[in-house]
Design a binder for this molecule. Structure first.
Ligand code: PLP
Length: 406
């Protein structure tokens, strides 16, 4: 009988969201007249901006006519979208990124999960804790980590984000090759300063390492001193890959469009020491395994770069950020140390107690669902993540209930 990839057996079962669902279901079954408010979810709640809907309709009409119908498009994305991204997300911020260095895809999740394929199985990993779980799990599947021991993998250098370092991990003392960074961070909402990012770029240049920079929440940055892209840092073109997504920027979580930037100047060695451009490898992977994002979706994504699109997406993000401020202010008033929520849709609350106990407390006393930090890694213990993705009414009601209960 054919054998399985046994690395899959090393995956730590993820009980986080099923555990949350089980506890919420048990509570609602016992208290059918007490509706719960969910502030645990990382999914958007507001509809797509009108410019996107208009573009979707127009592109759908094009698909209905033989003269404007489109079949397969370029796997890397249509030029109209790649050029808009290069101009508005990069050139406008002084980042030297060309349109053909941008690979349009159906999600940052797939891209930051797939990227590890182009690196050697022996690549030494550094991954944040707490963390968006995709970076860890895809490397476990690929056999880079070893077996799980007490919730951690020996093949990973954990970049710990704690109250002591302001939730921005220090550069590791040991040598690593592949470094995952996520700013603004999920789950902590922390952002990295220009100096902190410059230190990572310097490390990567010195050690010939590669930074995998996930900036899915870039649109939430409001502090003008915080870089939006790793390529705002001098020298990053030689050491960094960046992941971006329209999911949180424009409400595309169900619509699916994202992109990955692989600069042509980013090189890595083969076993014999010869240098190769990672751009060519990623282009080969992408065009072999992916057949492009739907044309109407790419038109909808491109629409956010029009003046009306900029206005509408800014208003959308401002709405969630106002929710986040209400959450952070309310939790701070209750005496909890919080970060995030100012340049991110997540507020990370230091509860000073077991994160599942605090989750149960909010559920049972306030009928509010949050996400226990322990579900994101060992360093998440003692914290919960509260998400700003909800209606204003729900956020206000949830906070009033929490204030009354605690
Ligand atoms: N990266 C981070 C840090 C995320 O939190 C998420 C989604 O929650 C993603 C990537 C996935 O984005 P996408 O919807 O483009 O797959």
């Amino acid at each position: 009988m054919i054998q399985i990839n046994e690395n899959y057996l090393k995956l730590k079962a993820s009980y986080l969201f099923s555990d949350i669902a089980r506890r919420v279901a048990a509570y609602t079954a016992a208290h059918p007249n007490q509706p719960v408010i969910r502030l645990g979810i990382g999914d958007v709640t507001e509809p797509l901006p009108p410019v996107c809907i208009e573009a979707l309709h127009a592109a759908t009409d094009e698909m209905a006519q033989r003269s404007t119908f489109r079949g397969y498009g370029p796997e890397q994305g249509y030029a109209f979208l790649r050029e808009a991204i290069a101009q508005h997300d990069y050139a406008a911020r002084g980042c030297p990124i060309e349109a053909d260095e941008i690979f349009v895809s159906d999600g940052a999740k797939c891209d930051c999960g797939n990227i590890q394929e182009i690196f050697a199985p022996t690549a030494r990993l550094a991954i944040p804790d707490p963390v968006y779980p995709v970076y860890v799990d895809t490397n476990v599947m690929a056999g880079r980590t070893g077996a799980n021991v007490d919730g951690r993998y020996p093949g990973i250098t954990y970049l710990e984000s704690t109250p002591a370092n302001g939730y921005v991990p220090a550069i590791p003392a040991v040598g690593v090759d592949l470094i995952y960074l996520c700013f603004p961070n999920n789950p902590t909402g922390a952002v990295a300063t220009r100096a902190q990012l410059a230190a990572w770029v310097e490390y990567a240049r010195k050690h010939e390492a590669v930074l995998l920079f996930d900036s899915a929440y870039e649109a939430f940055i409001r502090d003008p001193a915080i870089p939006h892209s790793i390529y705002e840092i001098e020298g990053a073109r030689e050491v960094a890959i960046e992941f971006r997504s329209f999911s949180k920027t424009a409400g595309f979580t169900g619509t699916r469009c994202a992109y990955t930037v692989v600069p042509k100047s980013l090189l890595a060695r083969d076993a014999a020491g010869n240098r190769h451009a990672l751009h060519g490898l990623w282009n080969r992977r992408h065009t072999t395994k992916f057949n492009g994002v739907a044309y109407p979706i790419q038109r909808a994504a491109a629409a956010i770069y029009s003046p009306a699109g900029r206005e509408q997406t800014t208003a959308l993000i401002d709405f969630y950020l106002a929710n986040a401020k209400l959450i952070r202010d309310a939790m701070t008033r209750l005496g909890f140390a919080c970060i995030g929520g100012d340049n991110a849709p997540y507020v990370w609350v230091n509860t000073g107690r077991d994160s599942w106990d605090f989750f149960d407390l909010l559920l049972n006393q306030a009928q509010v669902v949050c996400t226990p930090g322990a579900g994101f890694g060992r360093c998440g213990e003692g914290h919960v993540r509260i998400s700003a993705f909800n209606s204003r009414e729900n956020v206000e009601q949830a906070l009033a209930r929490i204030a009354a209960a605690l």
